[in-house]
Design a binder for this molecule. Structure first.
Ligand code: PMP
Length: 297
């Protein structure tokens, strides 16, 4: 069981000020809670700097605009807020910096529509992930969420809270079946992604990954594609059907939390991390380190 949020030490950047975790609350009638007018980012800092901070801040603003609301802070202000919390937490003796950002809309009324500018604005930064590879040494077993109506919907490009309910349901089902995660299909039945990470397959020395137009185009996904191409490895973005999984020999997932994590099986399909997966894991570890700094504890 995790620790209750109000027992956690540290600060949250809330409406432009730093407040203790226990005090970073919103009203029970908040629009974000009832109608999911909430977007967020999951970010990770290495050596006291958020990796691709600006890309995350830009995606946050873009997610909000897709959902028809505006975050009243510039990308530079959001970047600065994150750095402020990181610096503050570190001075409080925290080893791993905070890394999550969320915004809730609330205009003081109950109702699905929310045309008025938000009366209450909230940006939240909280420490959710510890530094270091989460699944080090433990290739994932992934459950194929192939059947039923639970599929990645659109708009896919927003990192919107509402879209995550299907991820939660899929992940719960996977965990109950003994797997670490679920591989989800898009609404047309094609391989999409996992519940919080993008997916890649390898065959004959080439990397294949679904086109990111029906699911979140991860910042780590883009980094991994870039790293592979820098090594001269061909990356093919294309439609992938679940029946094709038996053709692939390696599989890995990417995400801010997952970094580059090998997958050992998806139901009856088995994969063995090979040279390409291992190379990319090593390249990603090197890439995220702030240049000229030692590896964070
Ligand atoms: N897909 C989903 C549904 C996610 O939640 C995440 C994590 N943000 C990703 C993919 C990977 O995105 P990123 O690499 O930007 O963390």
């Amino acid at each position: 069981m995790g620790v209750s949020f109000d027992k956690i030490d540290g600060v949250i950047w809330y409406d432009g000020r730093l407040v203790p975790w226990a005090d970073a609350n919103v009203h029970i009638l908040t629009h974000g809670l009832h109608y999911a007018s909430c977007v967020f980012e999951g970010e990770r800092a290495y050596g006291g700097k958020v990796f691709k901070s600006t890309a995350h801040s830009e995606r946050l603003k873009n997610s909000a605009s897709i959902l028809d609301f505006e975050i009243p802070y510039s990308v530079a202000e959001i970047d600065a807020a994150k750095q402020l919390v990181i610096d503050k937490q570190q001075s409080a003796g925290c080893l791993s910096p905070p890394d999550r950002l969320a915004r809730l809309g609330d205009d003081g009324r109950v109702g699905a529509d929310q045309h008025h500018p938000p009366r209450h604005r909230r940006l939240e930064l909280a420490e959710l992930f510890r530094s270091g590879r989460e699944a080090e040494g433990h290739p994932h077993r992934v459950w194929p969420s192939t059947g039923g109506p639970i599929r990645r919907p659109i708009p896919a490009m927003a990192k919107a809270s509402g879209l995550y309910m299907i991820c939660t349901i899929s992940k719960h089902k996977a965990e109950r079946a003994g797997y670490a995660d679920a591989m989800m299909l898009d609404w047309q039945g094609r391989v999409a992604e996992c519940t919080g990470a993008n997916i890649f397959f390898i065959k004959d020395g080439k990397i294949h990954t679904p086109i990111a137009d029906c699911f979140l185009a991860g910042i780590t996904r883009a980094t991994a594609i870039d790293l592979a191409r820098r090594r001269g490895i061909e990356v093919i973005e294309r439609r992938i059907m679940p029946e094709e999984l038996s053709d692939f020999t390696e599989c890995f997932i990417t995400g801010t939390a997952a970094e580059v994590t090998p997958v050992s099986e998806i139901a009856n399909w088995k994969f063995t991390p090979g040279k390409i997966s291992e190379q990319l894991m090593a390249d990603y570890t090197a890439e995220v380190q702030p240049k000229g700094k030692a590896v964070a504890a």
